[in-house]
Design a protein around this ligand. Structure first.
Ligand code: FE2
Length: 236
């Protein structure tokens, strides 16, 4: 019987092969509205122009960046309402997708989506050439970064500069988010290229860093954190 079996290499065409790597933290990317962009950018320019001492946010941040301002008493009531509504929508969307797509747990202080609150203040980083943001984490439950300016020249460096173009990891102006160890068949980080008007949402505990660049331009980003307001009672 067995001598009639013809062996072939058909298994090499096996279309049931699927690679899974559904571990680790969720990172969400989305596009903010033109209205939110305008509010954040116009007020960022005012912060820089006014340089009120209470808006100097450098001592609270890891960034090795000369201009980091907090939006302290900066927005009008209407502007802040708009900022808060849109950003909370993104944070809730993140939480919903992490749970519905992957079954990931929410933090203990977020039971319902309405428990997600925006933490004050938001802040803006004007990153210039040779400046950087070393590895750090944020406080709260969720964090986001919004790109107001992500000049083309910075990303071009990765393809043309002698210092980058031969590297197997060109990183000028990129953000790297890291989690766990780098092991065989396992990655512990993701590199992301900023794009104007995009928002990245990630868990506040997720370590991240921003690499320097050499072009004489500015990379401008806004960040903020979200907290959970749910308080667990004893016995729950
Ligand atoms: Fe950060």
């Amino acid at each position: 019987m067995s001598e009639h079996i013809k062996y072939t290499d058909d298994w090499q065409m096996n279309d049931t092969v699927r690679m899974y790597r559904d571990f680790g933290p969720c990172i969400m990317e989305a596009t903010i509205s033109d209205e939110l962009y305008h509010i954040l950018w116009s007020n960022a320019l005012k912060l820089r122009e006014q340089k009120r001492p209470e808006t100097d946010h450098r001592k609270f941040l890891a960034g090795n960046i000369a201009e980091e301002y907090a939006y302290v008493n900066q927005f009008s009531i209407e502007e802040y309402k708009r900022v808060e509504n849109e950003l909370i929508w993104f944070a809730r969307e993140y939480s919903y997708l992490a749970e519905s797509q992957y079954g990931f747990k929410k933090p203990h202080d977020i039971k319902e989506y309405t428990d997600i609150k925006l933490a004050k203040p938001l802040w803006v980083n004007f990153q210039k050439k040779h400046e950087w943001n070393p590895p750090h984490t944020h406080t709260g439950a969720l964090s986001c970064v919004i790109y107001l300016k992500a000049p083309y020249d910075i990303n071009m460096e990765n393809g043309v500069n002698e210092s980058n173009k031969h590297s197997n990891t060109p990183t000028a102006g990129k953000i790297q988010l890291s989690y766990g160890q780098s092991l065989p068949y396992s990655s512990n980080s993701v590199l992301h290229t900023p794009k104007e008007k995009k928002i990245l949402m990630f868990p506040a505990w997720l370590e991240h860093q921003v690499f320097p660049f050499q072009s004489d331009v500015e990379r401008v980003s806004v960040s903020c954190n979200f907290i959970g307001s749910f308080k667990m009672e004893e016995g729950e």
